[in-house]
Each structure stands twice: as C-alpha cells, then as structure tokens.
Unconditional design. Structure first.
Length: 280
C-alpha cells in the first residue's frame, strides 16, 4: 500500500467517525471546540431526524407534500419549538429549489387559544414562506364550549394563507359541516377504516358528488397492496404510509427520485399475463 493510499484510508476513517466531544479534566471543552459549536452540531443532528413522511399522488409518480410527524404527539411545551422546526424545514426545501408543501398538525386546544395562535402567527410571518407551502393539520372537532374560539383560530390561520387539512376524517355529518363551512383544502382518511369497514367506501364516493368535491382527499396509513386498490377505485388524490415510503430526514426528502418511486410502487401490482398466442 502506498503512503498516499494509507493517508486516504486514515482521512476517510476519521471523516466517518461519529462526533465525540473532547473535554479536559475539568469537564470543559478544549481543542477550540466552543459551546456554540457544540450547540450548532446538536441542532444539525436534530435536523437529520427521521421526521418527515412523504406524500405522493395516488399513482406514486409525484411527490406532493410532507407530513411533519413529531407534531402529532407534541406536548404543550414542545409545540412551538416543533412548529418552528417544521417551518424551518419547509423553508430549507424552498431555498433548495423544491416546492414541497408541509402539513404541520396542531392540537385542537392550541387552535382555540388566542395566545397560541398569536405565537404561531408570529412564526409563520417570520418564515416569509409563499402561500400554499404551509398546511395546518386539524386533528378533530372541538367541544361545544370552545367551538367559537376554535373557528376564530382557523380563520386567523386562513387569513395568513395557510391551507386547512382535517386529519382524521370518519365521515360524520358534523365533520362534513365543518369541512364545508371552513372550506378545508384536505381530508385525510385512514385506510384502516376501509379495511375494517368502519367507514363505508360510499362516503368517499359521495364526497366526489357533493359541494366538498374541490377538497383534496388524502389516504393515510397505506400499508397493504389492497390499500392501493382502494385508493385507485375511490379515487383519492394523494396517499402516504409504509407501503409508499417510510419517514425521512429533511435532507433525504430532497433526494427523492419520483420515477424510481413509481417504478417500485407499480412493481407491487400484478401484471396481466399474456395468453398462449402472446397477446394480452
């Protein structure tokens, strides 16, 4: 082995070695590693978290958005920080030349709180993102005692240019009324409801023949090939889940090759077999 090749091997091994903080006997960082540099490294590490679930059109040929999953289970203490992180990711994609809309779920009590809405509004305005790239994920309907405040919170978000998505659609009349009144742009249907027949497929078909037709329908939790058949038969507009693609980091989202994804998805479908004459 030549000295040059040995040097290359050493440099490559050093580069791939996980970062380890170097401290002296007193516990303070040294070798020029400042606390600010450490904080920046920790921030960078968080940005590589596997948090973004890709959303595709129903044929799997185009990336149409992303769901920021950490907000689905965020506590009140984490909500604003994670919402800001979601906005930062959408901005990162936008600056990289990719227009990837992001869905940021927010709990009902936060939407009904003027203090939370004030804080979210400041974050949204400071992000300076164009209209259409941020969608507010609404998990459920409010209790009657906070319905007015909830509606006001949604209207304030709408005035800022946010799209509204109802995340857990079950087909109830109350949900349809809210979706129609607030003119929500997205309805998310968990495919397990169709598998278990807890929600009849006719509900989705009715949406296509009703005033709610302009609303885009998203199939969530797509994990089985049968789910793709339901998506195509309804038809729905978008789908996401384990069968489509697992959650990714924000940088990995930029590397998605749509044509390769489509090829992988369609390979799951049975192809028609030719007959004895060689015709299909």
């Amino acid at each position: 082995m030549s000295p040059k090749s040995r040097l290359y091997t050493l440099v490559k091994a050093w580069k791939n070695k996980p970062f380890q903080e170097v401290r002296d006997a007193c516990g303070a960082p040294w070798l020029g590693i400042s606390s600010q540099a450490l904080e920046e490294h920790q921030c960078w590490s968080k940005r590589q978290a596997i948090s973004h679930e890709p959303i595709f059109n129903c044929k799997g040929t185009k990336l149409t958005g992303s769901l920021f999953r950490p907000l689905l289970t965020a506590s009140d203490m984490q909500l604003l920080r994670l919402f800001m992180e979601g906005l930062d990711t959408i901005s990162y994609w936008y600056r990289s030349g990719r227009f990837i809309p992001g869905i940021l779920p927010v709990p009902v009590h936060a939407i009904a709180s003027s203090a939370y809405i004030d804080a979210l509004s400041d974050l949204i305005l400071n992000s300076r993102l164009p209209v259409g790239l941020i969608a507010l994920g609404v998990p459920s309907l409010p209790e009657s005692d906070i319905a007015d405040a909830y509606k006001e919170g949604l209207l304030r978000m709408r005035r800022l240019g946010l799209l509204l998505h109802f995340m857990n659609f079950s087909g109830s009349i109350e949900q349809l009324q809210w979706i129609s009144e607030m003119q929500m742009e997205g309805i998310h249907v968990d495919m397990s409801q169709l598998r278990d027949m807890t929600m009849p497929a006719s509900v989705i078909n009715q949406l296509r023949r009703s005033p709610y037709a302009p609303t885009q329908i998203y199939a969530s939790n797509v994990n089985l090939v049968k789910d793709l058949e339901h998506v195509a038969a309804m038809p729905m507009d978008h789908c996401y889940g384990g069968l489509m693609m697992s959650p990714l980091s924000r940088h990995q989202m930029l590397q998605i090759n749509d044509s390769r994804i489509a090829k992988a998805i369609f390979s799951l479908h049975p192809h028609p077999q030719p007959n004895q004459n060689g015709d299909k």
